[in-house]
Design a protein around this ligand. Structure first.
Ligand SMILES: [Zn+2]
Ligand SMILES: [Zn+2]
Ligand SMILES: [Zn+2]
Length: 103
């Protein structure tokens, strides 16, 4: 079984109370589907089913491997390097997010 060796990249263990949406889509006025947060720098990006895929673009550009879903009720995290989903019990909180512009 594979396991993620990048947990020392996790700097954000407390999720924000609320976010306004994908940071980059808000700037350009683009829609997003689901929101993810980078667990290394806290940047909020959109999922791979969104037109701009900002979360994975950020991971590639920055080398920050781990994201967590910000969708209500979703607690999974994902490592882009290992391509592995996991639960990280150290990450706490639930974030209020606006409804997706794409429904
Ligand atoms: Zn990993
Ligand atoms: Zn986006
Ligand atoms: Zn980051």
């Amino acid at each position: 079984m594979t396991s993620c060796t990048h947990l020392d990249h996790v700097r954000f263990t407390q999720l924000p109370e609320s976010v306004d949406g994908c940071e980059e889509c808000l700037v350009t006025g683009d829609p997003w589907l689901h929101l993810r947060i980078c667990l290394e720098c806290g940047k909020v990006g959109c999922c791979d089913d969104s037109p701009n895929r900002h979360a994975s673009a950020h991971a590639q550009r920055s080398g920050h491997p781990l994201i967590r879903s910000l969708q209500p009720g979703e607690e999974w995290s994902w490592c882009f390097i290992d391509e592995l989903g996991m639960l990280i019990p150290d990450v706490h909180g639930e974030t209020r997010i606006p409804p997706s512009p794409l429904g």
